[in-house]
Design a protein around this ligand. Structure first.
Ligand SMILES: Cc1cc2nc3c(=O)[nH]c(=O)nc-3n(C[C@H](O)[C@H](O)[C@H](O)COP(=O)(O)OP(=O)(O)OC[C@H]3O[C@@H](n4cnc5c(N)ncnc54)[C@H](O)[C@@H]3O)c2cc1C
Length: 385
């Protein structure tokens, strides 16, 4: 595999503009068919290199080339007792450029941090071949419009990330995922989880069969981790038990609960719906009703549900009527919750509508020639009441 430096990538983009061609960044290439990017077999591929550009452990900041893998980051920062506090989907071979481009924080991230909380600065090649450096290498660095957040989660549609500056955390002394089953109804356990909420990442997983399962990540020193575990048990997890260290430092296997929560088939339709946490039970009931074949993850502190609907070839009839089913879910959830419900499509082709005018204008300004990937699915306005 040939890797390309930032000047190489800028030159390739300019050539693509001249040739009316397209360019796509590829990291380890493990998730190219996933996400909302339109397939383009003719795209010219660029591979940003890996490796550390600067690491200042005393400032808990590292700057790396975008092709650096999560495993490499864990190894480098681990020697200083530090970590990048992300638990992205996929394998430890995922590259940081792709993790930022897809904003893959994933469930049970340390302290519920998202990618946007941890990216301090970027080097980006835009669709005109210009090199821009939004953000910086210190924690407080944003003045004016925050372009770092714009590129984070843009799936490379607004620019190719070639370097990333990241905020690090000290590795906690203890790091465990606690799990147990909830054997009463959601309208009973949702208020209980909210009442017993603790400052820890917590999720309830509702599979099509089997009881709801509560997962909570307890981290810190021994006293804090034990106290958090007590709170999880108070929240009603029957037979709560500690399964062992989580794999969230990107070193894990597929047996751990964190890895189990992180697996999503690239061809699944993934929706994220949000309402006030107190209305979570209504949201869950509507998700179960409209997508009985789906696995639902409920986040009690945020009031979000993440609905992963398997691809139609293995289950059900999602394909053609996905748009209608999503619309029916939104209508049902809004009525049942008695409050605003916002829904976004995190992954999958449906529903497919024209881009929001603001999104379209940003795309035009950073990629006026359409050289970079474009999104194939945009949540329509009507799904954001
Ligand atoms: C909702 C969701 C679910 C996911 N589920 C899974 C899963 O089940 N399994 C899994 O393996 N991964 C999954 N991912 C993706 C995963 O978290 C990582 O993003 C991916 O594993 C990174 O691996 P990679 O280096 O092989 O990326 P690649 O496959 O190389 O790239 C992934 C995407 O990022 C773009 N990209 C890569 N590098 C750059 C760059 N430098 N600049 C701009 N764009 C870039 C690519 O064009 C592509 O669209 C999921 C992501 C999301 C958002």
């Amino acid at each position: 595999m040939t890797v390309h430096t930032t000047p190489d990538i800028a030159a390739m983009v300019r050539h693509a503009v001249h040739d009316s061609a397209t360019v796509r960044a590829v990291g380890s290439g493990t998730w190219l068919s996933g996400g909302p990017v339109a397939a383009d077999a003719t795209a010219r591929v660029v591979h940003p290199p890996g490796g550390v550009i600067a690491y200042t452990p005393g400032d808990l900041v590292i700057t790396v080339h975008a092709g650096t893998t999560m495993q490499e980051l864990a190894d480098i920062t681990g020697t200083e007792g530090q970590m990048l506090a992300l638990a992205p989907y996929g394998s430890p071979q995922s590259t940081i450029g792709a993790v930022v481009a897809t904003a893959s924080a994933a469930p049970l991230a340390y302290d519920d941090l998202t990618v946007r909380d941890l990216v301090l600065g970027l080097t980006v090649v835009t669709g005109t071949g210009d090199v821009v450096r939004p953000g910086g290498t210190v924690v407080k660095n944003v003045a004016g419009f925050d372009l770092v957040r714009l590129h984070t989660g843009a799936f490379g549609t607004l620019g190719i990330l070639t370097a990333v500056s990241l905020r690090l955390h000290a590795t906690p002394h203890m790091d465990h995922v606690v799990t147990g089953t909830l054997d009463d109804a959601p309208d009973q356990w949702v208020p209980r989880l909210i009442a017993n909420r603790a400052p820890l990442p917590m999720l309830v997983r509702l599979a099509p069969d089997g009881p709801p399962q509560l997962f909570a990540r307890c981290t810190g020193n021994t006293a804090r981790a034990s106290a958090l575990r007590g709170l999880v048990q108070a929240a009603g997890a029957r037979d709560a038990f500690t399964l062992g260290p989580s794999d969230t430092s990107a070193s894990g296997t597929h047996e751990t609960p964190a890895a189990m929560l992180r697996h999503v088939a690239p061809d699944a339709l993934v929706l994220r719906a949000r309402t006030q946490p107190a209305h979570g039970a209504a949201l869950i009931a509507q998700a179960r009703h409209h997508f009985p074949e789906a696995t639902v993850l409920f986040h009690p502190l945020r009031g979000t549900v993440r609905i992963s609907v398997p691809a139609p070839r293995s289950h059900g009839d999602l394909g053609a009527d996905a748009d209608a089913r999503v619309a029916a879910f939104v209508a049902g959830a809004t009525t049942a919750a008695g409050a605003a419900v916002s829904v976004v499509v995190e992954q999958g082709a449906a529903p497919c509508r024209d881009a929001h005018p603001l999104d379209a204008a940003i795309k035009r300004s950073l990629d006026p020639h359409g050289v970079l990937p474009r999104r194939r699915a945009v949540p329509p306005d009507s799904f954001r009441p």
